[in-house]
Ligand binder design. Sequence first.
Ligand SMILES: Cc1cc2nc3c(=O)[nH]c(=O)nc-3n(C[C@H](O)[C@H](O)[C@H](O)COP(=O)(O)O)c2cc1C
Length: 191
Amino acid sequence: MTRPRLVGLSANVQRPSKTRTLVDAVLREASAQAALDARILDFVDAGSGLGAAWTRDRLPPPARAVLDAIEEADGLVVGSPVYKGAYTGLFKHLFDLVDPGALAGKPVAIVATGGGLRHALVVEHAFRPLFGFFGALQIPTAVYASDADFDDGVLTQAGVRARAAEAGGQLAALLVHRAAASAPVALAAAE
Ligand SMILES: Cc1cc2nc3c(=O)[nH]c(=O)nc-3n(C[C@H](O)[C@H](O)[C@H](O)COP(=O)(O)O)c2cc1C
């Protein structure tokens, strides 16, 4: 059985990034619980050409590589900083370019970071409708962290770490289940 491909996509436009750290935390928790082919990408990888491309065919190669990774993944951890009470415009722009059928039935974990707690429910009221549009299999636990949950760039808050572990576990279980369900069945020799 080939390893399920898990892609973490963080919409940070600078590094270091709290969002990238949180996406990475969920990715690592999932990888600790199942044999996954996991990688993390962010908008620094995509480059500034992402924002200038109005259609898929105008994406420069680095941004196209990020789009391809999203569409080819078996599961995703998606994360964005909160900008003005929602995910960033560039995050939505990237998903506007994703094929509408590419995420159907695929496990997706949602994370977000913000300056404070005021917009903690952004994971529920902004992200979930978007991934509902795609028909993605959204895992129950979404993870939000604010500035106070990090110490010098390290995610230190125990409650958020626990939620990241919970989300990673849910994601790993779904990925393994789906991989097993789609693996070719060894037919018993004809008797
Ligand atoms: C343009 C802009 C708008 C922001 N709007 C919000 C907001 O509405 N609510 C909030 O809690 N934080 C807001 N923030 C703070 C960021 O969401 C927060 O610092 C985030 O953790 C940054 O993530 P990063 O380290 O991955 O870039 C905003 C930051 C910027 C730059």
